[in-house]
Design a protein around this ligand. Structure first.
Ligand code: CDP
Ligand code: CDP
Length: 222
C-alpha cells in the first residue's frame, strides 16, 4: 500500500491554509488538524473564565485544566462543550496572538499536536508546523498571498455569512496579527528552510490544492 506521510502547511492569516488543507486531507483520506483552533480555544476559555490574559502562569495552569478536542467534522470542544462558533469571534481573534506568544503554552500545544500527528496520515496547518511540530514532515508548504488579497478573502467570507464587515479594519487586524506572530520570540511564523513556498494571490483553492497534491505524489512515489 501507499506510504502514509505528514503534510505541514504554514503561513500568515487568511492565506488559505485551512481551506486548502481540508481539501488535500479529504482527497488523501487523511485527518486534518487545525492547530489555530487549539490556540483559539485556549484564548476563548481564558476570556470566558475572566482570567487575566497577561498572567501567563494562570493561563498555563488553565490550559492544563482543559481538554481541547476537534472531531472529523471540525467541531471544536473544550471539556466536551461545543465551542466551534465561539472561538471565531473578533474578541478571540484580537487576543489569540498574545496567548500564542507564551512559551509554556506553545510547549504544551506542541506536545498535544505531536501526539495527534504520531501515526502520520495527517495534514496539519498553523504557523510552526514545519519548523517545530513536525520538523520531519515529508511535505512542507508555506502559503503566502498579498495582504490586500487576504483581507478581501476574509471580507468576502463575512459578507457571504451575512456578518458585518469592514475591509480596512480586517486588513489592519491581519497586519497586526501577522506582525505579532512573526516577531514573537518562541517559534515565530517562519518558512521552514525546506518548505515549498506557494504564492496563492492569483490562484484558486483548487489550483493550490492541486499543487500540494502533486508534491505529495512525488513524495509517495519516491
Ligand atoms: O485566522 P486564521 O485562520 O489565520 O488563524 P488561525 O490559524 O486560526 O490561528 C490563530 C492564531 O493562533 C494565529 O494568529 C497565531 O497567533 C496562533 N497560532 C500559532 O501561534 N501557532 C499555530 N501553529 C497556529 C496558530
Ligand atoms: O486558514 P487560513 O487563515 O490561512 O485561511 P482560510 O481560513 O482557509 O481562508 C481563506 C479564504 O480565502 C477562504 O474563504 C477561501 O475560500 C479563500 N481562498 C483560498 O483559501 N485560497 C485561494 N487560493 C483563494 C481563495
Amino acid at each position: 500500500s501507499e506510504k502514509e506521510i505528514a503534510i505541514a502547511i504554514d503561513g500568515p492569516a487568511a492565506a488559505g491554509k485551512s481551506t486548502v488543507a481540508k481539501k488535500v486531507a479529504k482527497k488523501l483520506g487523511y485527518i486534518y488538524i487545525d492547530t489555530g483552533a487549539m490556540y483559539r480555544s485556549l484564548t476563548f476559555s481564558v476570556l470566558n473564565n475572566q482570567i487575566d490574559i497577561n498572567n501567563s502562569e494562570l493561563v498555563i495552569k488553565h490550559l492544563h485544566d482543559i481538554t481541547i478536542d476537534i472531531n472529523a467534522n471540525q467541531q471544536v470542544f473544550i471539556n466536551h462543550e461545543d465551542v466551534t462558533d465561539a472561538i471565531r469571534t473578533e474578541e478571540v481573534t484580537k487576543n489569540v496572538s498574545a496567548i500564542a506568544s507564551i512559551s509554556e503554552v506553545r510547549q504544551e500545544m506542541v506536545n498535544r499536536q505531536q501526539k495527534l500527528a504520531e501515526k502520520r496520515a495527517v495534514v496539519m496547518d498553523g504557523r510552526d508546523i514545519g519548523t517545530q511540530v513536525i520538523p520531519d514532515a515529508e511535505v512542507k508548504v508555506f502559503l503566502v498571498a498579498s495582504v490586500e488579497e487576504r483581507a478581501e478573502r476574509r471580507h468576502t467570507e463575512n459578507i457571504q455569512k451575512g456578518f458585518p464587515s469592514d475591509l480596512g479594519q480586517i486588513k489592519h487586524d491581519i497586519e497586526k496579527r501577522d506582525k505579532m506572530d512573526s516577531e514573537r520570540e518562541v517559534s515565530p511564523l517562519k518558512k521552514a528552510a525546506d518548505a515549498i513556498e506557494i504564492d496563492t494571490t492569483s490562484l484558486s483553492v483548487d489550483e493550490v490544492a492541486k499543487k500540494i497534491l502533486s508534491l505529495v505524489n512525488t513524495k509517495m512515489r519516491g
